[in-house]
Design a binder for this molecule. Structure first.
Ligand code: SF4
Length: 695
């Protein structure tokens, strides 16, 4: 007999700006079938990525965690025995209580990030943190650097409606790869190309799948985007593309900028970026003469020690040419600052005490190995509650992170969907729901819709939502807050109303609320959302945390990247793989089959010089570690540049050491941030390393 099929609305919760509106086939009320993009959502437009269209493979995966587990072998052994929920929660609450009594509440660190982007199930952990005065978390791993750069000039994290790309004449994809990471962008690009003959330019150090379909691909050296942006502005002033009347009304110091840029022309930029002078001139002329030019800023080019400066330099471009004034013109990085959701209830902000220590999540390895620059005068961290994150694989300097997790005096509880590397190192593992098994509220960085994803099916086994786990811990710890007394849907409803939005029932009925701002506001024609209302070519970096004064006063190439040299002649980027999203989806056989195995892309000249053949085992290394992969000789990147698409689980690598063993946890200015694409390494055939591994 055929199963009964109903189509239900949902929202993709994964760490992707597209936050797709979904139509989900629910079979017999208990399983899901095909997942489609909602055709009637004007941004999703019926398109989603392959990995989510196959979500049945993930949600009904036989390896889902379904029962609470207690470690029964050595740390990291992966040996566990099943226990009840009551025992699990009693043990976790008991450990937290004992550790707080002995070392102080700051010795407990609730740790999370974006395994789901739902506001209730992602951010609710902060309510427990604040009520219990546990250590706070500085959320640096993804948005700190691009956000600092975007806000430096513009003032708030919002930009032009991405649907306007359909009426652009030039779309510049700067440091992003939407074909792999937010496929919906390409829908709107395709409309512009088809209907208007718009050009697509991709700025990315390697020929990503998006670069491969572009009209122009500019592949600068990693970390040199600021130089390219400066040269484009130099040409704009030199050749009459600068809109001086616009800048006089809307910018802080255009005259000073023009003088500053006189020394930063195409020759100067070519020497820094490795592009030819002609490439820079051609791009500058194309950008300068196109009024409807839309820069879609990605995250990639900001994941560098100079990432905030680079982002700021790129946001200066539409201000110099005045492209903000035109429909289809301007720029967007993220609309995350547009929704103004009141998260007091979800996060327990009414209980937050800013005097409680804040720890940098990107530096969890340094934190757990006792780095006093992070710990300050407070206690060592002795307990972790981890939701929505897999730090042993995802965080920088992963060998150091592993040393931290190996401490005998560290208690770790991981609430997860699969037995990740981090879960394997836990003392207690709790089984977590997936998005169709709980209720949540979603805003979108990549578009303008607010949506609710309701629970569609029952979870397998004994899985519980993040909210339910927090409720269970709060009752045992004596944490009092009205958020712990509410269901997830009650909290969604109250949060929407507190934020001046329609209630939950209305949003569910309407499927989404389009929060797009009017044209004038979205294009900053009524002023940029910062003091004085003018775009800042000369930002107040000090106010953003640049205590050492290292940020450039005006847009520039900030030469603070991890420099190559004779010992480490290559610069490594760890760009996202198409089938994975951080480490989510790595459990799906279909995705693993498509990705093949961990590889490192390199230029043919480098391969020939080092005697490395295509497909050969190679070792990459620096002072932090050595990683074994297979070489993939490609075109479309410069000699000296390496790209390892990620994030593979560590066990997928020969030797079991993942790519983040090489990346640094140096905090980038002005306010911290992980520098995943800013790593100098050596590269060689892996013969010696394989011999060592075999011993
Ligand atoms: S494109 Fe992004 S938001 Fe859309 S379904 Fe895929 S992962 Fe989810």
């Amino acid at each position: 007999m055929q199963p009964s099929r109903t189509i239900r609305n949902s929202v993709c919760p994964h760490d992707c700006p597209s936050t797709c509106a979904l139509d989900v086939e629910v079979l017999d009320g208990s399983r899901i079938g095909a997942v489609h993009g909602a055709a009637d959502n004007s941004y999703t437009a019926g398109v989603i990525c392959t990995k989510v269209s196959r979500y049945a493979e993930r949600i009904h995966h036989p390896d889902r965690l379904t029962h609470p587990l207690l470690r029964s072998g050595p740390k990291g052994s992966g040996q566990f025995r099943r226990i009840s929920w009551d025992e699990a929660l009693d043990r976790v609450a008991g450990a937290f209580t004992d550790i707080a009594a002995k070392h102080g509440a700051e010795a407990v660190w609730p740790f999370y990030y974006a395994g789901t982007m739902g506001l209730v199930q992602r951010d609710g952990i902060n309510r427990l943190r604040h009520v219990m005065r546990y250590s706070r978390q500085n959320l640096t791993i993804c948005t700190s650097l691009p956000e600092a750069g975007w806000q430096a000039g513009i003032g708030q994290s919002r930009g032009v409606d991405p649907r306007e790309m359909a009426v652009s004449d030039l779309i510049v994809m700067w440091g992003g790869n939407p074909v792999s990471t937010q496929v919906n962008v390409m829908t709107h690009v395709a409309r512009a190309r088809k209907q208007r003959g718009a050009k697509l330019v991709v700025v990315d150090p390697y020929r990503s799948p998006t670069a491969a379909v572009a009209d122009v691909h500019l592949a600068p050296r990693p970390g040199t985007d600021g130089a390219l942006a400066c040269a484009v502005m130099h040409v704009a002033f030199r050749d009459g593309y600068a809109d001086r009347a616009y800048m006089a009304r809307h910018a802080d110091c255009p005259d000073e900028l023009e003088v500053h840029l006189r020394e930063r022309g195409p020759e100067w930029a070519a020497a820094i970026t490795g592009l030819s002078v002609q490439q820079v001139e051609d791009f500058a002329a194309l950008y300068g003469r196109t009024q409807r030019s839309f820069i879609r800023c990605g995250y990639g080019f900001a994941r560098s020690r100079n990432g905030a400066a680079n982002m700021h330099a790129v946001t200066c471009l539409p201000t110099v040419t005045g492209a903000w004034q035109y429909e289809g013109g301007g720029a967007l990085w993220s609309n995350r600052g547009m929704y103004q959701i009141d998260k007091t209830l979800i996060e327990g902000l009414d209980a937050r005490d800013l005097r409680v220590r804040e720890l940098d999540m990107s530096r969890i390895g340094s934190v757990l190995t006792g780095d006093r620059r992070e710990l300050g005068d407070g206690p060592d961290v002795h307990a972790l509650l981890i939701q929505n994150q897999n730090p042993l694989t995802v965080c920088p300097d992963s060998n150091r992170v592993r040393r931290g997790f190996a401490r005998d005096d560290l208690f770790v509880c991981v609430h997860e969907q699969f037995m990740t590397e981090t879960a394997r190192w836990a003392d207690v593992v709790l089984p977590a729901t997936m998005f169709m098994e709980h209720d949540d509220l979603y805003q979108a960085g990549g578009h303008t819709h607010l949506q609710i994803g309701p629970k569609l099916i029952e979870p397998p086994g004994e899985c519980r939502s993040n909210h339910e786990v927090l409720q269970g811990l709060a009752s045992r710890l004596g944490a009092r807050h009205r958020g712990f007394e509410m269901t997830a849907m009650e909290m969604i409803d109250a949060t929407l109303l507190a934020s001046g939005r329609p209630d939950a029932a209305t949003v569910l009925r309407e499927k989404w609320v389009d929060c797009a701002l009017p044209f004038e506001a979205a294009h900053f024609l009524t002023g940029f959302p910062r003091s004085g209302g003018r775009f800042a070519f000369a930002p107040d970096w000090g106010a953003m945390g640049d205590r050492d004064g290292v940020m450039p006063r005006l847009p520039d190439h900030m030469a603070t990247i991890d420099a190559t040299g004779p010992e480490r002649p290559f610069r490594l980027m760890t760009s996202p793989a198409r089938s994975y999203l951080n480490t989510s989806f790595t459990e799906m056989a279909s995705g693993r089959k498509r990705e093949g195995r961990p590889t490192v892309m390199l230029h043919g000249d480098d391969a020939a010089r080092l005697g490395i053949g295509d497909g050969e085992r190679v070792a990459l290394g620096n002072a932090r570690g050595t990683v074994l992969l297979h070489a993939l000789i490609v075109e479309g990147l410069q000699p000296g540049v390496l790209v390892a698409e990620s994030i593979w689980p560590s066990e997928a690598f020969e030797g079991g050491i993942g790519i983040n063993a090489l990346t640094s946890d140096d905090p980038a200015p002005p306010m911290g941030g992980a520098v995943f694409h800013d790593t100098a390494v050596w590269l060689r055939p892996a013969v010696a390393e394989l011999a060592l591994a075999a011993e």
